[in-house]
Design a protein around this ligand. Structure first.
Ligand code: ZN
Length: 408
């Protein structure tokens, strides 16, 4: 088995791992300018773990190779939404990773596969397992001369939207595990929800608006469900609205479609032509993009950035170099090339859909017969590898982008 690590090593973003002829994920790092995986790979097949830009964002770029492409039906439909959005942003930035024809080719080439179904790819028996991270997300198990489990992004705990990861994997010799939150512990979820809701209510009481930037897939729905549970009625704007329509076509990938529908019906959808009417009174706005890199959120920030009563409540991980990161760390955002200082308040809430330190360690301890672990997708992957070598009965290496490893 030959493994080439082409992106997403010792960093979060642009995941791409080639296992013999099979490419696991092909994403971009959504910073400015965007970064892509290293060049020079020619996969015969691609298996996509989930529909986040940093895992699936540039798969359409490889369609000239005519690969077989495998993913869950939800990931296929969500990837199509993301690809359309990327094309829209590309037009503005003048950077084109692929075109509409590539997207159409990708959709023709996708072979949808559901969790736990066994299918054959390039000499491997492959199965996908629910990763609990976003709807349709999968861990990927390859069974050939060697057996490999790639967690993809994974959450082992239940959320309002999703059940936690499947957890009972077949044996593997090699484990490639994400490590986004290695060394960190998520706050108690119920307590976090309570603080989040209190902060929103306080903002409205002060006469300000609460801007809730959310990733379109997963986070928008989770936040709408929290607000509904606490009796708050928000506006919802941006791609999260399109995602809702996709999810309603795939209810079996959700924990409770009725609860999600109730939460969505509790929100008022903002039509773009009516956006200017929203901030006339204190409002709660759930909107994209989650890292403030484009989307309607920038329109709202443009209106309220100078109002100290208003607040941005970031709801997810902010990759360094994104607008969300600079809002938190430096107190400004870039809108249409202009640096806008934020006089409004900025808060961060760890509504992560990734396993934290304890969950990651438990996951590794649960994979009893693994001989080699490669932690990826995290800034502290090297420390994680050291921890594994010291505490588990297996070897571990934190690969670098460009590393090629042959396992006999
Ligand atoms: Zn993800």
């Amino acid at each position: 088995m030959k493994i080439r690590f082409l992106g997403g090593c010792r960093e979060v973003g642009r995941s791409a791992i080639l296992v013999d002829g099979i490419l696991l994920d092909y994403g971009m790092k959504p910073c400015n300018p965007p970064l892509y995986p290293l060049n020079g790979l020619r996969p015969s097949s691609i298996i996509v773990s989930h529909a986040h830009l940093d895992h699936s964002g540039v798969v359409a770029n490889l369609m000239d190779l005519r690969p077989g492409v495998f993913m869950t039906p939800v990931t296929r439909d969500l990837s199509l939404l993301l690809a359309h959005d990327t094309l829209k942003i590309s037009k503005r930035q003048g950077i084109f990773p692929f075109d509409m024809e590539d997207v159409q080719l990708l959709m023709q080439r996708v072979q949808p596969v559901t969790y736990q179904d066994c299918f054959q790819v390039d000499g491997y028996s492959v199965r996908l397992f629910d990763a609990g991270h976003i709807p349709g997300s999968a861990s990927i198990h390859l069974d050939g001369e060697k057996r490999l489990l790639y967690t993809g992004d994974i959450n082992t705990l239940n959320t309002r939207l999703l059940n936690g990861a499947y957890g009972r994997y077949p044996d593997a010799d090699v484990l490639i595990i994400e490590s986004t939150y290695f060394g960190r512990t998520h706050p108690n979820r119920k307590e976090l929800e309570r603080q989040f809701v209190e902060s929103i209510i306080q903002t409205l009481d002060d006469g300000g608006s609460a801007i809730l930037p959310c990733f379109a897939i997963g986070r928008t729905q989770e936040i709408l469900m929290i607000l509904d549970a606490y009796g708050l009625s928000p506006y919802v704007d941006g791609m999260g609205v399109d995602v809702q329509q996709v999810l309603e076509r795939h209810p079996s990938y959700l924990r409770d479609i009725d609860e999600l529908q109730d939460a969505f019906n509790n929100a008022k959808v903002v039509e773009p032509e009516h956006r200017s009417l929203i901030l006339k009174e204190p409002s709660i706005i759930v909107t994209t993009a989650g890292m403030l890199n484009g989307g309607p959120v920038l329109y709202y920030l443009g209106k309220v950035h100078d109002d100290p009563r208003s607040k941005i409540l970031l709801t997810g991980y902010q990759i360094e170099g994104t607008n969300g990161w600079s809002a938190l760390e430096r107190g400004y955002v870039e809108i249409d090339g202009e640096m806008i200082p934020l006089n409004m308040q900025v808060e961060y809430y760890d509504f992560s859909a990734h396993a934290d330190d304890a969950q990651l360690k438990k996951l590794i301890k649960g994979c009893k017969n693994v001989g080699m672990v490669f932690p990826v997708h995290g800034d502290d992957a090297e420390v994680f590898a050291q921890w594994i070598r010291n505490n588990c009965s297996c070897d571990a290496i934190a690969p670098k982008n460009g590393d090629e490893i042959i396992l006999d």
